[in-house]
Design a protein around this ligand. Structure first.
Ligand code: MN
Length: 231
């Protein structure tokens, strides 16, 4: 096949204990999926249906080893959001909750890095969040642990430190919408495909980082990630 311009690169993530890599298709993100974070964003954490936004595949940064992300342009308030990331291994649409985990390939620790000032201005003006959330290198993600190896974690500490100081600390059992419920809702809108990722939302404690800061994100049972912000 002759291509008119250079083909886009395939973005991939490391898999624990395996040589093959996980090819990233789409990145779906769940908004406000921990009650205490919804409150800190000035919103009511009532259990409304989950809502989603997306990042491009080239948001993904392989953070299996200590990684760096550049401080992005057009923001003065660049925030960390530590999140449980679900890697989809099998596709499907209209998946019932009790079958949803069958689609999961594995789990990883990730960061939904956010231009918070841009996001909130867009939100308050009724515009898309797009450039607050969906930009290159805005999703550092650690090694994927296959569900075949570790099962499906339902609880466990989720934490983020910046320069060794605690910033975010919660438990994934506080997800308003579980992984299975997120998959069920998402698959009603869009047929899921192998290679899709779902970032399941962040707990409270989101805050700014600046160039030179080092973030360490951890979820019990998964390899932690270390990500430094460069100028
Ligand atoms: Mn998020």
């Amino acid at each position: 096949m002759n291509l008119a311009v250079a083909a886009p690169r395939v973005h991939t993530l490391s898999v624990a204990g395996r040589e093959e890599r996980f090819p990233v298709n789409r990145v779906f993100c769940v908004g406000r999926n921990y009650a205490a974070h919804a409150r800190e964003m000035g919103k009511d954490p009532d259990r409304e249906p989950p809502f989603f936004f997306m990042k491009p595949a080239h948001a993904v940064v392989d953070a299996a080893q200590p990684a760096t992300v550049p401080y992005p342009s057009m923001t003065r308030n660049y925030h960390h959001e530590i999140e449980l990331v679900v890697a989809i291994g099998a596709g499907g649409r209209d998946i019932p909750v009790d079958k949803a985990l069958d689609l999961v390939y594995g789990y990883a620790v990730g960061l939904d890095m956010t231009r918070r000032d841009v996001q909130l201005e867009a939100r308050d003006k009724g515009r898309p969040w797009e450039f607050g959330k969906s930009f290159a290198l805005s999703a550092p993600i650690g090694r994927i642990h296959r569900s075949a190896d570790i099962g499906h974690p339902k609880s466990g500490a989720i934490t983020l430190t910046v320069n060794g100081q605690p910033r975010q600390s919660s438990d994934i059992d506080k997800l308003i919408w579980s992984v299975a419920e997120c998959i069920a809702h998402l698959s009603a809108y869009e047929a899921l495909e192998p290679g899709d990722l779902i970032m399941t939302g962040t707990p409270e404690g989101v805050n700014a980082v600046v160039a030179g800061d080092t973030m360490v994100g951890a979820i019990a049972g998964l390899e932690p990630i270390e990500v430094k912000v460069t100028p």
